[in-house]
Structures are given as C-alpha cells and as structure tokens.
Design a protein around this ligand. Structure first.
Ligand SMILES: [Fe+2]
Length: 391
C-alpha cells in the first residue's frame, strides 16, 4: 500500500475562535485585502468585527466586498487590482466558498504578471500562468459548512464569456491558516445550509469512491457522510441548533481533507457546467440533482463501498446483498434530500433540456480529469445519460 496525505493549512476550529482572527493575521502580514461576499456578513456584524479584530492586532484592512456566488475572472481581476493599488501583503477571506475561492485567486493575480483568465486557460502563444511562492498568503474564515475551500489548494472561478467554471489548483493558494467557528454559521438561512451541506456530502461521497481514494481519506469521508446524515436535517430545521452547526462544520473539515487529497469526481465534473451556464444555481443545488443518477450509475460498480456507505448513512450492513446495497444507498439519500428540501431535478432549477448536450460536452472538455477518477470510467454517452436522468 502506497499513499500520500497532506494538510498544510493550520486549522483553528471551535466556537469563539473567530476572535483569533487578528492575532493569526498579524503573523502573516500588516495590510490585508479583506474579501467578503454580498450583504449578509455586513448585516450580521461579522464584517465590522473582522475589521476591529484586525485593527486591534495592528493589521490594516482594505475591504473588497460583494463577491457574488460563482465568482468570475472579472471579480478576481478587480480585487487583485485593489490589492496591488493598496500594497496589500495578505488576503483575508471571510465568507463562503465563493469568497474564499475569489480571495485565493486574487492573491495570485495581485502578485503575478497575469490576468485571472490566464491562470485558467492557455492562450495563443502563452501557456497558463503558474502561481509561484510570490502569491500573497491567504487566511480564510469560513461562514458556511460547505465548500471546504478553507482547506484545499483549489479555487473555482467562472470564465464569463465561455461559461466555463474552472478550478485553479496550486499549493501556493492553500490557505496558511483557516478559522472554522460554528458561531458564524448560525445565521446561514435554511436553503443555503441545505445546499452547502449537500456539497459536503458530495465531496465525501466522491472522495470515498474515487480511484484516488486511500485509507485516510476513506476514514474521513465516511465520518463526514455519517455526520451529514445525522446533523444536516437538524441544522436546516433550526439554525440555532449549536450542536448540529458544530457537527456540520466538523463534517465540512473531514470532507475537505478528503477532497484536498483525492480531488473531485464525476458529480463535481458535471455540476460545474450547470452553474457555469446558470450562475443563479447554487453549486449544492446542482449537485443535489445529480446525486441519485450518480448512485444509480456508479453504485452497482462498487458493491463493497456501497454497503459501507449505506451503513454510514444510518442503515445496517447486515443482510445487504450486492444488489441491495446500492438501492439502499439510493433510498437513504433520497430520504435525506427530501428532508432538507433538496429533492431537485435539473428542470426544477431552470436548466433548458436543449443545454444537456452542451453541458455533457463541457464536462468532457474541461472537467475530464475529474471524470477520469470515476471507477470504471464514463463515456460521452454515459455522461449525457446521467444528465438526462437528472433532468
Ligand atoms: Fe463542491
């Protein structure tokens, strides 16, 4: 057995740990580009608190607010220009996955002779820009139990004109420190809690079945799946359920380590074209539509893993046959999705049926490395079948 596992981000986890933002930032820089999303953090007072904490530790903050869901290359270029103008030496991203991804990409563009687009695609006569150690250090504070961006070397950015939602991958954008304080997630509304929770579930399930899976990621993925099954419905029902919020954030951490070490597989490969073409669709909602088709297609190929997955979701391994294990997982997942209001199909999300072929082509063009980690592989016809099943 041979495997590698890495986790270079120092994780600070627990209730009240947000108060450590200033002291942690002061170890990395003196002038922070403080990246946030749309209004919610300002409304909850977390943005003001972040500025106060930074200031109290001698770190000036220059706010780049309003990062939208599914951030674009233009957003990244804007924020990076501000960081350059203001001579920032640090990026502090406080928010959900979109904010953290945008902040990580800004840290590169601010310090390299490049645009965000050139980080993602090669152009005529020019290779993609490769981030170097000149990248500004990044500190993340996550406000959702969702994308695990605070623990990964990935930043997902959309190229506006081609609608390609592409992942930048570099060890230099791996956050130096991440603060995971469940108190910041208490005010997340039920629909966002549900969508981000589905993202956690998919990171864990995809890592668990990935061809890159290994013993440590299996452990973490299974633990994450079990916690999602137990605590996501509670967190959606009652945002102030502190135990559920804490356990979901822990699930997010476990899934993040699995994702960072395995990468995504076919569900993420197929979701990126969905929210790439339809930016109003939350990443987790797009994933929710793909889960049951995925388990119907991939489950029967992995009977042992499906049996374990069924047990993690609250079923019993006893008595499960090779056929019934995948069906059991499908039933358990269908129940879970119903309980959190995420039993969605692509048509419910506003996807046009004549876009399925385009999205299948996109999946195989720019997400082919993730598709390739699907056990047994998938042909172009398989991918289109999966989209049609999800429609
Ligand atoms: Fe994701």
């Amino acid at each position: 057995m041979v495997f590698e596992f890495t986790s270079p981000t120092r994780l600070v986890f627990g209730q009240g740990t947000f108060r450590r933002l200033g002291e942690e930032a002061a170890l990395l820089g003196r002038r922070a580009l403080l990246v946030t999303g749309t209004r919610s953090l300002a409304q909850t007072g977390h943005l003001d608190r972040a500025r106060e904490l930074l200031s109290a530790s001698g770190v000036e903050s220059i706010v780049y607010g309003g990062v939208p869901p599914n951030p674009t290359v233009e957003t990244v270029d804007d924020g990076a220009a501000l960081a350059r103008r203001e001579r920032c030496d640090l990026v502090v991203a406080v928010g959900g996955g979109s904010v953290m991804d945008a902040g990580k990409a800004m840290a590169v563009v601010a310090t390299h002779d490049t645009t965000a687009r050139q980080l993602l695609v090669a152009e005529a006569g020019r290779d993609k820009t490769v981030p170097t150690a000149a990248t500004l250090p990044v500190l993340c504070v996550t406000s959702t139990a969702g994308t695990s961006s605070e623990l990964t070397p990935f930043a997902v950015i959309t190229i506006s004109d081609s609608h390609e939602k592409m992942a930048l991958r570099s060890p230099h954008i791996q956050p130096r420190v991440s603060i995971c304080d469940p108190e910041l997630t208490y005010s997340v509304p039920p629909n966002v809690t549900a969508a981000t929770g589905v993202d956690v579930l998919c990171h864990a399930m995809e890592a668990f079945v990935s061809t890159a899976a290994q013993p440590l990621t299996d452990l973490l993925a299974l633990e994450a799946i079990g916690l999602v099954g137990r605590y996501l419905p509670r967190a959606v029902r009652a945002g102030q359920d502190h135990q559920a919020r804490e356990q979901m954030l822990l699930a997010n951490v476990y899934a993040g380590y699995a994702l960072a070490n395995c990468g995504a597989t076919v569900m993420h490969a197929m979701e990126h074209p969905v929210s790439g073409h339809y930016p109003h669709i939350a990443h987790g909602a797009g994933l929710a539509a793909l889960i049951l088709p995925w388990v119907r297609r991939v489950g029967p190929r992995l009977p042992e893993k499906m049996t374990t997955l069924a047990a993690a979701l609250g079923g019993s391994e006893a008595g499960l046959t090779r056929v019934s294990a995948a069906a059991d997982v499908e039933d358990a997942l269908a129940d879970l999705l119903r309980s959190i209001g995420m039993d969605l199909r692509l048509r419910d999300l506003g996807v046009a049926d004549d876009m399925l072929t385009q999205m299948a082509t996109d999946t195989l063009r720019y997400m082919r490395l993730a598709v390739a980690k699907t056990p047994g592989g998938l042909t172009a016809a398989d991918v289109l079948d999966l989209y049609e099943d999800a429609y």
